[in-house]
Design a protein around this ligand. Sequence first.
Ligand code: PGA
Length: 238
Amino acid sequence: MKIEVLDNSNINSRAYQEILSVVTGKAHPVLGLATGTTPIGLYQLMVNGYQQGVSYKHVSTYNLDEYVGIDGGNVNSYRYFMNHHLFDHIDIDKDNTHVPCGVGDLTEQCNNYNNMLSQQPIDIQILGIGVNGHIAFNEPNTPMDSTTHVVALTDSTIKANARLFAHEQLVPQQAITMGLANIMNAKKIVVLATGQGKAQAVKDMVQGKVSVACPASILQNHPDVLLLCDKQAAMLLD
Ligand code: PGA
């Protein structure tokens, strides 16, 4: 794993460089995208890039996860988040933007997502990391060979995400998420981590034993991972 410790303000611009090299370097780039607070600045840079002439016409995207039980029109859905922060502001064909669907027959939704991912491998996957070491909604104890599946969210994730809802009781209890095996299939992975709250998870990801106790530790087995973090998130690293 390559690690770059940067000023907080430079993390998204460094991630954008990586995205841009894929977007401009391939005929049909496939981006793996994440929600959460951390990548919002990256999406703003992608929008700025579009305004300055970068085209996303031939780009496809796959998002990591979605809440179960709310549809894409709900302001708390991850589909809404992606439209609002990125897709509505660039020239991407929305048909080529994929976010797991958390309503309807969930087994069928998982199978569809796995099939699409196997036909269109991800060139670059953007990842956040949870305070408990989750990546996407792969919470501790998720099997390393998991593919897209439905998960019960842990209390710590529900509490962490409650800030985005009117109150904690409104946070869905379940989500549909790409599995660890899907994420490991991406050709390149860029992990973004900021703030002291992520320091233990970052340490476990980088220097801990590869273990289901910290799902992000599986990234130690991937050949091309770049961790972009600030000093606070890196503070426990040796
Ligand atoms: P955050 O979420 O970017 O909002 O901190 C990261 C995550 O939980 O994966």
